[in-house]
Write a protein that binds this ligand. Structure first.
Ligand SMILES: Cc1cc2nc3c(=O)[nH]c(=O)nc-3n(C[C@H](O)[C@H](O)[C@H](O)COP(=O)(O)OP(=O)(O)OC[C@H]3O[C@@H](n4cnc5c(N)ncnc54)[C@H](O)[C@@H]3O)c2cc1C
Length: 492
């Protein structure tokens, strides 16, 4: 069985397909004239406010990108985010093209205490990048990627997608940690931590962030790095979108041969216990180069299966050797771990998670394997729910708990319980099924990754021991909590 078949039944789609007709459309500022001199909006604390059309027009004149109001032909496409569960209508959308555009949009919102959402790639599960009757700062057109091969550095605009970073870097034989669905945005992904198949070797994406440009609530554009505004730099490496709008990220790149040993091993679900019991012993002893994580799922043709997602970062022959004991477990129904282009595995599930699908997700970080965990994973399996994972350990674990604002370093693996469906009528059923599987796994929870969660948790659970310092930094840079549509940190 070809692993690519996993995507066969899924609808094809890409972000550009979901948002037709936007490229190259910059000029028109404000929708057709209406008699009203103001439009209704909502403040940061939920109060009804009015936005004067003259002020909006002035904003439109300052921006090089368009300002879209309801009724504009591009408005409905621009407010679409990845998860089809969310259907919100901002009062206005500032489609930014430059750092100055972002500064003007932030200042406009700050002066009016206007509810503000920041859209990077739009993949927030709970739909935090769009809002009703507020301002949506849309970075989707700020997506350029520049590679400096000599310095092994990527400069990436705040609205780029992971595929853009991967594709550009790989052309130079370089890569950094990026997530497993290529139409995810670099923005929210990086600011929240950033797990991906290279993280055991090279750390989380925040561990590869060298610097950034950020517009803070006061409308100032700041450069942050280990040397410049180091507190703010620390905060954005895990503190989410709480501190401003990041217009540009600088990443460290690593030499990487895109022809890598990667792909899937597949067994019938009946062998799941054997596979997972072996994995529980084997995985904690693996080299940093080996990334191997188990999934349980119902495949449209193969039925219920356990799948091992594998990538070896290095000489394929060494990878084959390290993988050999796993291949001897049970009787795999398919073995598609071969030397192939890394982007095949990086994009092969893009279709299943296509933009516009309805989706609900929860996760837990696990510090230690046990027989009870294996029993729960298999015993609570529900074919409607995909049990996915992000393998951690390795370089992720060697970074100090408070070296960045992402403190959940001690986990071996993250389990993600996730459902995707098309029909709104199934919302309650799918959410209940996901929660039931999650509840069975919750006793094994040793941490939590906020980026992959529909129901947001309290700040303490998300930020743990990093929270007090984050709250102080929030007070300095965003005392009014303008940037609150995220996993929010209250100013101290
Ligand atoms: C299908 C799918 C696959 C995923 N796979 C992975 C994975 O492999 N690894 C992983 O670690 N995570 C993964 N995630 C989680 C992902 O990291 C988060 O959903 C992340 O928030 C997405 O970032 P975004 O820019 O696309 O989202 P958005 O919805 O645009 O933004 C999410 C949050 O970040 C803020 N934000 C976005 N861009 C900026 C910016 N430039 N400046 C300031 N704030 C900003 C927004 O305001 C919002 O609060 C996945 C999510 C999905 C839906």
């Amino acid at each position: 069985m070809d692993r690519r078949q996993f995507c066969r039944s899924a609808l094809a789609g890409s972000l550009t397909a979901a948002i037709p007709g936007l490229t190259g459309w910059y000029t028109s500022a404000i929708a057709a004239t209406e008699a009203d001199t103001s439009i209704p909006a909502v403040s940061l604390d939920g109060k009804e406010i009015e936005l004067e059309r003259a002020a909006i027009r002035e904003l439109g004149e300052r921006l090089t990108g368009p300002v879209l109001l309801s009724g504009h032909p591009q408005y409905d496409a621009a407010r679409v985010v990845w998860n089809g569960m969310h259907d919100k209508r901002p009062a206005l959308i500032a489609r930014c093209l430059t750092d100055d555009d972002v500064r003007h949009a932030v200042t406009f919102a700050h002066e009016r205490r206007l509810l503000t959402a920041v859209r990077g790639g739009g993949h927030s599960w709970p739909g935090k990048s769009v809002c009703d009757r507020g301002l949506m700062i849309d970075l989707s057109q700020m997506n350029a990627v520049t590679i400096d091969p000599a310095a092994r550095r990527a400069t990436v605009r705040g609205g780029a997608l992971l595929s853009m970073l991967d594709n550009q870097a790989l052309q130079h034989g370089l890569a950094t940690t990026t997530g497993v669905i290529s139409h995810t945005g670099v923005g929210g992904y990086t600011l929240g931590g950033g797990y991906g198949r290279l993280n055991r070797k090279h750390g989380l994406t925040v561990d590869n962030l060298l610097g950034a440009r950020i517009v803070t609530a006061d409308g100032r554009l700041r450069r942050v790095s280990a040397e410049e505004e180091p507190e703010l730099f620390w905060a954005i490496r895990g503190g989410g979108g709480n501190f401003g709008v990041v217009t540009e990220f600088d990443y460290r790149l690593h030499p990487f041969d895109r022809k890598a040993l990667c792909g899937s091993l597949v067994w019938p679900l009946a062998q799941a216990k054997d596979v997972l019991e072996f994995y529980a012993e084997w995985a904690p002893r693996l080299s940093d180069e080996m990334y191997a994580g188990p999934l349980l799922l119902r495949h449209p043709e193969a039925g219920d299966v356990v799948v091992m997602d594998v990538l070896y970062v290095g000489d394929p022959a060494a990878g084959e050797k390290e993988l050999a004991p796993l291949r001897r477990i049970g009787k795999p129904a398919a073995d598609a771990v071969v030397v192939q282009d890394y982007m095949i595995v990086q994009t092969e599930n893009d279709g299943v998670f296509h933009p516009g699908v309805r989706s609900y997700a929860k996760n837990l970080l696990v510090k230690e394997w046990s027989q009870k965990l294996v029993d729960a994973l298999v015993g609570a399996y529900d074919p409607r729910v995909l049990l996915a994972n992000h393998v951690a350990g390795g370089a992720v674990k060697r970074v100090g708990e408070l070296a960045t604002a992402f403190p959940h370093r001690q986990a071996e693996i993250m389990f993600v319980v996730v459902t995707v469906w098309e029909d709104k009528a199934k919302d309650d059923e799918m959410i209940a099924a996901t929660r039931a599987y999650y509840d069975a796994l919750k006793p094994f929870m040793g941490g939590y990754y906020d980026n992959i969660e529909f129901d947001r948790k309290e700040g303490n659970e998300t930020y743990g021991p990093a929270l007090p310092r984050l709250s102080r930094i929030k007070r300095t840079f965003d005392p009014d909590n303008l940037f609150r549509l995220n996993s929010n940190i209250q100013p101290a």
